[in-house]
Ligand binder design. Structure first.
Ligand code: CP
Length: 304
């Protein structure tokens, strides 16, 4: 496997290796040189954190990066993404970081490109998966709380539309997280549960939790039939001081971003001492370095 598409492709040992490598990068000032490789960021959906952190990660590893202006890309002229990838590969691009509204599109690209020496990295496909986000979240949890097998983790919010929640469930299972609670109003509860227990009660879900992961309300993905009043949501599910008091007093609060302040998370929590949101963003660069390198090493290329 020379692509990074889904957490489910990883063994527990591989997940630990990637996280350990990300911590190693975090403690270095000089990085390996992978200048014979290059990265194309193909973001067909908006991104700030993921796109910039992959760009910084590649730059740290001395890999040239191109960010395609996809507002003006050839997809708008009818060119299939596969053809775009093939043409960029002909120019020497080796790593394709792909975000697209279509579920499993990175997987299809990886299938179509079988035999060529390129690596597809999933940067978020529809509501299906966002594996690099889950990995940087787990890195942050381990950094702050140590052994995930001893932890009670709660994910709260719009789980039904969250690719982050899907990848996190699979990763929590893989890492042996002691307990996972999935908290959402019934209309936003997941159709498929990969790991954990679902509840619509924030009190029950946050009870003595060590880690509280808030999710963005994915307004752009919510159909009219799935709508839920945001003021009611804020009253019942926003992580605020009152709700956080159900968790352990030293619980940490994560959010993948972008944060809708005053909807899923109150300002004083987002900016407070229990918030590790900016640690997540910081760790994202090192995690993406580890992933860019991992696909190379996994493809049997020589280490630097
Ligand atoms: N968490 C996340 O994917 O953020 P961006 O949409 O800014 O990349």
């Amino acid at each position: 496997m020379s692509h990074f598409l889904d957490i489910s492709q990883l063994s527990s040992e591989q997940a630990h290796q990637i996280i350990d490598r990300a911590f190693w990068f975090k403690n270095q000032t000089h990085y390996p040189n992978y200048a014979s490789n290059s990265v194309a960021n193909l973001f067909y959906e908006n991104s700030t954190r993921t796109r910039v952190s992959f760009e910084l990660a590649a730059t740290h590893l001395h890999m040239p990066v191109v960010n395609l202006d996809l507002q003006h890309s050839s997809e708008n002229k009818g060119e299939a993404i596969f053809d775009t990838v093939e043409n960029l590969a002909a120019m020497g691009i080796t790593h394709f970081v792909v975000r697209h509204v279509q579920e499993r599109l990175p997987h299809k690209l990886a299938q179509q490109c079988r035999g060529s020496k390129i690596h597809i990295i999933n940067a978020g496909d529809g509501i299906h998966a966002h594996p690099s986000q889950a990995m940087l979240d787990m890195m942050t949890v381990i950094e702050k709380k140590s052994d995930p097998r001893a932890l009670k983790v709660a994910i709260v919010g719009d789980i039904a539309h969250s690719r982050v929640a899907n990848s996190l469930q699979v990763l929590c299972r893989l890492m042996g997280v002691a307990e996972l609670r999935l908290i959402a109003p019934s209309i936003w509860q997941p159709h498929t549960v990969h790991y954990g227990r679902v509840t619509d009660s924030i009190q029950e879900g946050l009870e003595s939790a060590d880690v509280v992961i808030c999710l963005r309300v994915q307004r752009e993905r919510i159909k009219a039939s799935e709508s839920y009043d945001l003021q009611t949501y804020r009253n019942l599910y926003a992580v605020n001081q009152r709700h956080l008091a159900y968790a352990q007093s030293d619980a940490i609060v994560l959010h993948p971003g972008p944060v809708n302040r005053g909807v899923e998370l109150e300002d004083d929590i987002a900016n407070g001492p229990q918030s590790v949101i900016l640690d997540q963003v910081r760790n994202g660069v090192f995690m993406r370095m580890a992933i860019l390198e991992w696909v190379l090493r996994n493809a049997g290329q020589p280490q630097q």
